[in-house]
Design a protein around this ligand. Sequence first.
Ligand code: 13P
Ligand code: SF4
Length: 324
Amino acid sequence: MNSNLLKTGFVDEPVSADIDIKKAIKQLCKEKNAVIMAHYYQPNEIQDIADHIGDSLALAQYATKTDADIIIVCGVHFMGETAKILSPNKKVLIPDLNAGCSLADSCPADKFEEFIKQYPGYTVVSYVNTTAAVKALTDVCVTSTNARKIIEQFPTDAKLIFGPDRNLGDYINSVTNRKMVLWDGACHVHEQFSLEKILELKKQYPNALLLAHPECKKPVLMVSDYIGSTQALLNFATESNKTQFIIATESGIIYEMRKKNPNKEFIPAPPLDSSCGCNECNFMRLNTLEKLYNCIKYEQPEIIIEESLRKKAEKSILKMLELS
Ligand code: 13P
Ligand code: SF4
């Protein structure tokens, strides 16, 4: 395989305008026994052709169950790593290696290791939005869907470190009455929501419920009507008898919310700078149909994890799946 194909972090080959790209992707997947998993924050057209869409927890669970030979993760790098950690014998591909995560980047493994050393005897809990190297330092991973349930399984006085999201950690501390020591990291998308603009929107839509992801800052969470993971927000909106919702998380989830609830109205919560479009995760949006087509065609870029690191990281994810 020509490694020059990956100069840019993705296979940068022009795709002929004459082909039906969605059909061609599906055909290649069939020929190669490949499955496409997409996070809810993916561009709409990628969600449309995915075999499975879900939040971080659902994608990790699918990765343990599929009998495909190739898993294509349309999401960000740590999601590809999670799939590879759980399915070491499968080929795991990601359309663009540049799809990182500001939250995972806010927690470098060497610094996190020093931090842990300051708290001997503590159990380390990490959000899955972390690199494999951080997972290898972790006792149990959580996602925003299962964090509360998993933390509640520890005694109230358990000594716990939580990383890397300070907002999720602070929220879980408050709802579980724990005092976990928090790593000071955050996601740039969820921290961008403007409380002032949200309060203005609430005035404009007095009947709308504000649904927020726990990665948002505390002032936004304090004025929310419901706080939950991406999947939990989708479930809440679907089950609610209300018809208008302001959504304070990455706006990609609104596509599925509208599909499931065509008669309800979903209003994206505005970021501080409305012109930046930063309620969209720029990393998630790096994936395109063209990159996905080339990814399956050339089977690149592939996620590779050194085996001893994979084994260390696997324990914390398996522990999470056991406790979920
Ligand atoms: P969930 O998929 O766990 O809701 O996480 C949100 C997120 O930021 C994923 O990158
Ligand atoms: Fe990371 Fe935030 Fe993007 Fe999720 S939305 S992938 S946490 S930067």
